[in-house]
Ligand binder design. Structure first.
Ligand code: AMP
Length: 598
C-alpha cells in the first residue's frame, strides 16, 4: 500500500509504510465499530456454542445480539469462580471456552484476598500483540525521529505458579514478555529498548532493575523516551537509582558487573555492555550526589522527549512527583488494558493527563456498557436489560464496562467506570474515571472498604489485652515518599490508662493490618518493594467528631454523615495531621509467597 494513499486519513500522515497499515486498521475498525462488534459477538458465540456455560443458557447455537441479550446474564468474577476453579483443578472439558485454556492470568483485582484467575487462550496473545503494534504508529504521528534513538523502559516479569491442574498462573505482562511475540520480536527501529530481554525476563526484581538501570545509564545519550507500565514503576526506578547509584557508577568506572548480579543469562549478555567509562561514572556521581534531584530524568537522559507511563486512574496521584523529576516532560498514556482483555489505545498520546481518552478497539472483544448511576435506588429489574452497545453510548455519560471475550467471559463486569468524551469515527472514546470500590492504591494493589475494615478488626485484636479499642479510623495513600505507603488514622478508646498499648504493640497492629490485606498488597510489599511499611497515626480523642463537624459545616447532612474511610482532601488531611499524637510503622514484612492461600 502506498503511504500517499493514506495522507487524507484523520490519523496521518504515517511515518512509514508499516505505520500506514496500522493506522488504516484503526480507521477500518473505528469507522465500522458497530458492524465489527456484531461480527465479534457472532464469532465468539459460534465458536463457544458447545461450551458448558453457553449451553446452560439455551442459546441453541444462536449468534445474534437479541438472543444473546435476552438469554445471557451479566456476571461478576464471583459468579464464575466455581467454574474457574474447576478449570484450575484440571477439568479440561470446554467449560467457558471451546479453545483449550492455555494458562491463567492473575489479575491485580482480588477475590477473597487472592488475585483473580482469568483463563486465557493462546490466540489472545495475538490480539494483545495487535494492540501493541498500533501504539508506535500513533505515537509517530506526534513525535518525530523516534527511530533515531532508544526507549529506556523498566519492564518486569513476576513469579509464576501452577494451578492444581498444572496450568501456569502469572500476570498478563509476565506472560507477554515470556512469549515469542516479545522475545523474538523483529527489529523495529521505532521500538528499540535499552533493556536486554535477559534483564526483563529475570524474575529477581533487584537484578532485573539493576541491569536495566545500568544499560540505561550506558546509553544515556541515545535514550529518547523513558517509561514503565505505570507511573509507580517509573518512580520506583528513580528511587532505585537514589539507593544504588554508587554501585552503578562503580561498575561503569571499573567496567565490571556488581557481584550481586548472579543470573547467568544476565551476566552473559552484560559482558557485551559493561566497559570502563570513567567520564560517565563521574558524571553520574556528580548528578546523583546533589541533594536536589529535581529534573534528574532530564539531567541523566537529556534527549528524553516524553515519559511513557500510565498516569490515569489511581496513577494520577504521581503526576506532581513525575513532573518534579522530569521538569514536566509530557506523559504519554498509550493504552488501556487488563488481564481479562486489552481494551484500546489513546489516539492522542501527547495530550495532558486530564484529557486522556482511550478509544476502545471494537475487534478486541464484545463490549457493553452499564449506565452508572451511583445514587440511584437499587431496582428490582434485571440490570442486564440496561446494557448498551459500544456504538450507542452517549457523550458525557458514565458507564461500567462489561465484556464478552474470545476466552469465554460472557457479559463480565470488569469493575471500571468510564466516561464518554467523544468519538473517533463511530468508536467512542472514554476517560478512565475510576475502578469501583477501590479505596487505597499505591502500585498495582487495590484495597477496598471491606478489606480495610477487616484489617482494622484484625489489628484491633492485638489491643484487646490492653482494654483498648479502635473507635474510628480512616486512611490515606501517602505517595509523597517513594515507595508510597498506607497511612491509617486511628482514634482509640483507652479504658485502662495505666496499661496503655506501647509503641511496640502499635507496631504489631501495623503488621497485623498488613497480614490481613490482600495478596497483591503483600506481594508489592515483599517481592516488588513498591509499597513501604504501613503506618498508624494515632489521633487525639474527639478528632473524628471534629471531622464530622467540618463535613457538616460544608453541607453534609447530620443524619446521613458517615466517616470517610479514605481521605485526600487537603483541609481534612491538615485537620487530621494536626491532631496526631504518635506515629507507628510496621516493623517487618508481612507474609507472602507466590502460592495462593487457598
Ligand atoms: P489487571 O487486571 O491487574 O491487569 O488490571 C487491570 C486494571 O488496571 C483495569 O481494569 C483498570 O482498572 C486498570 N488500568 C489499566 N489500564 C489503565 C489505564 N490506562 N488507566 C487507568 N487504569 C488502568
Amino acid at each position: 500500500m502506498a503511504v500517499d494513499s493514506l495522507l487524507s486519513s484523520p490519523l496521518g500522515p504515517p511515518a512509514c509504510e508499516k505505520d500506514a497499515k496500522a493506522l488504516q486498521f484503526i480507521e477500518d475498525m473505528t469507522r465500522n465499530a458497530d458492524a465489527v462488534q456484531e461480527n465479534v459477538l457472532a464469532q465468539i458465540l459460534a465458536r463457544n456454542a458447545h461450551t458448558e456455560y453457553l449451553k446452560g443458557f439455551n442459546l441453541h447455537g444462536a449468534t445474534d445480539r437479541d438472543s444473546f441479550k435476552s438469554k445471557i446474564p451479566m456476571v461478576t468474577y464471583e459468579d464464575l469462580q466455581p467454574l474457574i476453579q474447576r478449570i484450575a483443578d484440571g477439568d479440561r472439558s470446554p467449560i467457558l471456552s471451546a479453545n483449550p485454556v492455555s494458562e491463567f492470568l492473575t489479575s491485580s483485582g482480588t477475590s477473597a484476598g487472592e488475585r483473580k484467575l482469568m483463563p486465557t487462550i493462546k490466540e489472545e496473545l495475538d490480539r494483545r500483540q495487535l494492540l501493541y503494534s498500533l501504539l508506535m504508529p500513533v505515537m509517530n504521528l506526534y513525535m518525530k525521529g523516534l527511530d533515531k534513538g532508544k526507549g529506556l523502559y523498566f519492564l518486569f516479569t513476576k513469579s509464576e505458579t501452577k494451578t492444581p491442574g498444572g496450568l501456569l498462573a502469572r500476570p498478563v505482562l509476565t506472560s507477554y514478555y515470556k512469549s515469542d511475540h516479545f522475545k523474538t520480536r523483529p527489529y523495529d527501529p521505532y521500538n528499540v529498548y535499552t533493556s536486554p530481554n535477559e534483564a526483563i525476563l529475570c524474575s529477581d526484581s533487584f537484578q532485573s532493575m539493576y541491569t536495566q538501570m545500568l544499560c540505561g545509564l550506558y546509553e544515556r545519550e541515545q535514550v529518547l523516551r523513558v517509561g514503565a507500565v505505570f507511573a509507580s514503576g517509573l518512580l520506583r526506578a528513580i528511587r532505585f537509582l537514589q539507593l544504588n547509584w554508587q554501585e552503578l557508577a562503580n561498575d561503569i568506572r571499573t567496567g565490571t558487573l556488581n557481584r550481586k548480579i548472579t543470573d547467568p543469562s544476565i551476566k552473559e549478555c552484560m559482558t557485551r555492555v559493561v566497559k570502563p567509562d570513567p567520564n560517565l561514572a563521574n558524571f553520574i556521581s556528580i548528578e546523583c550526589e546533589k541533594e536536589n534531584w529535581e529534573g534528574i530524568i532530564t539531567r541523566i537522559w537529556p534527549n528524553t522527549k516524553y515519559l511513557d507511563v500510565i498516569v490515569t486512574g489511581a496513577m494520577a496521584q504521581y503526576i506532581p512527583t513525575l513532573d518534579y523529576y522530569s521538569c514536566g516532560l509530557p506523559k504519554a498514556c498509550t493504552m488501556y488494558a487488563s488481564s481479562e482483555c486489552y481494551f484500546g489505545l489513546n489516539l492522542n498520546p501527547m495530550c495532558k493527563p486530564a484529557q486522556v481518552s482511550y478509544t476502545i478497539m471494537p475487534n478486541m472483544a464484545y463490549f457493553e456498557f452499564l449506565p452508572h448511576e451511583p445514587n440511584s435506588v437499587r431496582s428490582t429489574h434485571d440490570p442486564s436489560s440496561k446494557l448498551i452497545d459500544l456504538a450507542d453510548v452517549e457523550i458525557g455519560k458514565e458507564y461500567e464496562l462489561v465484556i464478552t471475550t474470545y476466552a469465554g467471559l460472557c457479559r463480565y463486569r470488569v469493575g471500571d467506570i468510564l466516561r464518554v468524551t467523544g468519538f473517533h469515527n463511530s468508536a467512542p472514546q472514554f476517560q478512565f474515571v475510576r475502578r469501583k470500590n477501590v479505596l487505597l492504591s499505591i502500585d498495582s494493589d487495590k484495597t477496598d472498604e471491606s478489606e480495610l475494615q477487616a484489617a482494622v478488626e484484625n489489628a484491633s485484636r492485638v489491643l484487646r489485652g490492653f482494654n483498648t479499642s479502635v473507635v474510628e479510623y480512616t486512611s490515606y495513600a501517602e505517595t509523597k515518599s517513594i515507595p508510597g505507603h498506607y497511612v491509617i488514622y486511628w482514634e482509640l478508646l483507652v479504658k485502662d490508662s495505666v496499661n496503655l498499648p506501647s509503641d511496640q504493640v502499635l507496631e504489631q497492629c501495623c503488621l497485623a493490618m498488613e497480614e490481613s490485606l490482600n495478596s497483591v498488597y503483600r506481594q508489592c510489599r515483599v517481592a516488588d518493594n513498591s509499597i513501604g511499611a504501613l503506618e498508624i497515626r494515632l489521633v487525639k480523642n474527639g478528632t473524628f467528631e471534629e471531622l464530622m463537624d467540618y463535613a457538616i459545616s460544608r453541607g453534609a447532612s447530620i443524619n446521613q454523615y458517615k466517616v470517610p474511610r479514605c481521605v485526600s482532601f487537603t483541609p481534612i488531611m491538615e485537620l487530621l495531621d494536626s491532631r496526631v499524637v504518635s506515629t507507628h510503622f510496621s516493623p517487618s514484612l508481612p507474609h507472602w509467597t507466590p502460592e495462593r492461600r487457598r
